[in-house]
Design a protein around this ligand. Structure first.
Ligand code: OTU
Length: 649
């Protein structure tokens, strides 16, 4: 420890011993060891944001007392899980882990309902279940649950904290981890903190960024982008009751929390640890890029945001090391990689982060049938730290924003703006011959930027193919869906299957009839689970059976292929064909080469692609067949086929 950290550690450790007095000796020792082990990280994380304050020492004392109390409250069962995970720190990197993501109400009405559908989750083979936002939200509109009114309550319509705890425990018994959203950047205007601030309590007012007039907001606005330009333009909202402008990056009812105030850190740490003590194992930390504001910048990815995440991580490590943190930062590659803990933060920041770029490249390449941009962009993408994993997805609950920079586009001979325009036209179905059926989300009049909503199946052309009743097109659309899943299952991280994609659920336009949802087209791709449709997965010959089986076979293949562990690097390969996308996963057991055909035609590539990686006896881990080498030393891929090539004599 540094001398400063050591001095403060000695100050806080005595009161901690008192708090822990009632615990068995071994438990006390474990806590103290962890506290000492992570103290430097915690101290370093808290120093830049808070050390300048007079109340820094009392704040540290409060925080450590909170950690000790949370540890005392942690159950024996969860403490065992902590120990197990300390022996298996890379548990979330395993090739055997597959994630499944759903809204509780849309999947099974409520938390109790989820327990009635465990067979379905088993059928998928999910070992990680992300229950979309379920803490108590303000009444609609509430941004799909991302406007939390009470972090200590479950949304009453979904159940209670006890229901959540029971579900976590039951799933844990089956080796399944529960992931929950923790909305760090903002809370609902109706949250008690905001209510107190609005009724004149200055202590609570400090928890938000508020301004008496537009002078400072206008200065900030010069550099701030708009997240929801159509439905929530600008980043500040005038609150009549306060008579002040409030920082609201997202909707006017989502008040940004002032993380410069230590109380915010204490409250959120408390929330996180109490949920961890209920049995939540993974936290999806929402909108982390926005946590720290700095005039003259876009107020994203500020160093203090990383400091705070490091400190929060240290708190979990001390109290509940079984827990993993996942950063939700939809930012450029060099900014994103920081959230996985690079350089001095190696292993200290987040275990997981969403790979937005892979998702965008998948859809872009499906549209162009040209893998140049994808290959070049991902080749330049920084390698992630070996002890982390990506959250990989084909679709999620949000829109698709065409995060393709002008520079990356130019590298592939494209114009960035024109290409993004093309993609939006393509996925709304406006482009000639496009079979995609998406909708525009948030047209930005200032930049002409258009994001896209729509389910995987509808964007992949299935909705159209079914309408025109064309068997060939239906078959191709299914193949596109499976291609996306092969990609996320092989790339290096937790594949996150978004509810309904495994059954090829199409767009659900019913949100248009709901007044509080109709301006948010993201509801188009958040359909309700129809259990009769789901049952058809068992009836051979149905569409659902075909897609479900396809996805299941890919999952099974992943689980028997240790090369796909997330600690194995992912190296993009030049396949000497702009129709296929390839990458290598160099593993101690030998390298795996994944090759994906992004077109509806047969494609060929040279066996050299595999031979250069030391693979001579070509075997496909997906189909479990030997690969046939055609004349001219070529390997043939069927339309949209994926292969995971291994050397198997
Ligand atoms: C996240 O979104 C959530 O995923 C959205 O559902 C919420 O509306 C939003 O936060 C507010 O809580 O903040 O770090 O395309 O990707 O808004 C990025 C835009 C976010 C979303 C972005 C994202």
């Amino acid at each position: 420890m540094s001398p400063e950290a050591k001095a403060s550690f000695e100050n806080i450790v005595a009161p901690v011993r008192e708090t822990l007095a009632e615990l068995p000796k071994r438990d006390r020792a474990i806590f103290e060891l962890r506290l000492a082990h992570s103290w430097q990280d915690l101290f370093d994380g808290l120093t830049p944001p808070y050390a300048g304050r007079e109340d820094f020492e009392p704040f540290l004392e409060k925080l450590v007392s909170l950690l000790a109390c949370s540890y005392v409250a942690r159950s024996e069962e969860l403490k065992m899980l902590d120990l197990r995970r300390s022996l298996d720190t890379g548990w979330f990197q395993s090739e055997r882990l597959v994630g499944y993501v759903f809204y509780v109400d849309r999947f099974a009405k409520d938390l109790k309902g989820v327990r009635d559908h465990l067979d379905y989750l088993r059928d998928i083979g999910a070992g990680y279940i992300h229950l979309m936002p379920l803490l108590q939200t303000r009444p609609e509109p509430n941004d799909g649950g991302y406007a939390v009114m009470d972090y200590r309550m479950v949304e009453p319509e979904l159940g209670t904290m006890d229901d959540l705890e029971a579900l976590c425990s039951e799933l844990r018994g089956e080796g399944v981890s529960v992931c929950l959203d923790l909305v760090l950047n903002h809370c609902a205007r109706e949250h008690d903190w905001a209510k107190k601030a609005r009724s004149g309590d200055l202590e609570y007012l400090k928890m938000f960024h508020t301004f008496p007039d537009r002078t400072i907001p206008d200065e900030y606005e010069k550099h701030l982008p708009e997240v929801f330009p159509e439905t929530a333009p600008g980043n500040f909202t005038f609150d009549e009751k306060l008579g002040r402008w409030v920082w609201t990056t997202f909707h006017d009812y989502q008040w940004d929390l002032a993380w410069s105030e230590p109380r915010v850190f204490l409250e959120m740490t408390d929330t996180l640890l109490s949920l961890a003590n209920r049995g939540v194992e993974v936290f999806r930390l929402d909108a982390v890029a926005f946590l720290w504001k700095r005039l003259g910048t876009d107020c994203q990815n500020q160093p203090e945001a990383h400091d705070l995440l490091q400190a929060l991580r240290a708190c979990s490590r001390i109290v509940a090391p079984a827990v993993a943190h996942k950063a939700e930062a939809i930012v450029a590659p060099h900014d994103l990689i920081q959230y996985l803990g690079t350089n001095s933060r190696y292993g200290k920041e987040s275990d997981l982060a969403y790979h937005n770029s892979l998702m965008v490249q998948f859809w872009s390449t499906l549209a162009t049938r040209d893998t140049t941009l994808m290959t070049r962009t991902l080749t330049k993408f920084p390698e992630k730290p070996a002890n982390t994993a990506w959250g990989l997805y084909v679709r999620g609950h949000d829109d698709i924003g065409w995060a393709i920079t002008g520079e990356d586009a130019a590298d592939a001979g494209l114009n960035g703006f024109a290409h993004r325009e093309f993609l939006s036209d393509y996925y709304t179905g406006d482009f000639p011959d496009s079979q995609a059926r998406g909708e525009v989300y948030q047209l930005n009049p200032a930049t002409a930027d258009r994001r896209i909503s729509g389910t995987t199946a509808s964007l992949a052309g299935l909705e159209y193919a079914l309408e025109v009743e064309d068997e060939t097109l239906i078959d191709l659309a299914i193949k596109r869906i499976l291609l996306g899943h092969a990609l996320i299952l092989g790339y290096g991280g937790i594949p996150l299957i978004f509810m309904g994609d495994e059954l090829a659920l199409r767009n659900d336009p019913s949100y248009l009839d709901e007044p509080d949802k109709k301006t948010d087209s993201r509801w188009l791709h958040r359909p309700k689970m129809d259990w009769r449709t789901a049952d058809r997965r068992k009836q051979p010959g149905t569409l659902e059976a075909q897609v479900f089986r396809g996805v299941s076979e890919l999952i099974a293949a992943r689980k028997r292929t240790p090369h796909l562990h997330a600690a194995t690097p992912t190296r993009i390969l030049d396949a000497y064909s702009n129709r296929v996308f390839a990458f290598a996963r160099p593993h101690p057991l030998g390298t795996l080469v994944a090759v994906h055909n992004f077109t509806e035609d047969e494609q060929r590539f040279q066996t050299d692609l595999a031979r250069a990686e030391g693979i001579y006896n070509l075997y496909d881990a997906i189909s479990e067949r030997r690969i046939r080498v055609e004349t001219g030393d070529m390997i043939e891929l069927a339309p949209y086929q994926s292969v995971w090539i291994l050397d198997r004599p």
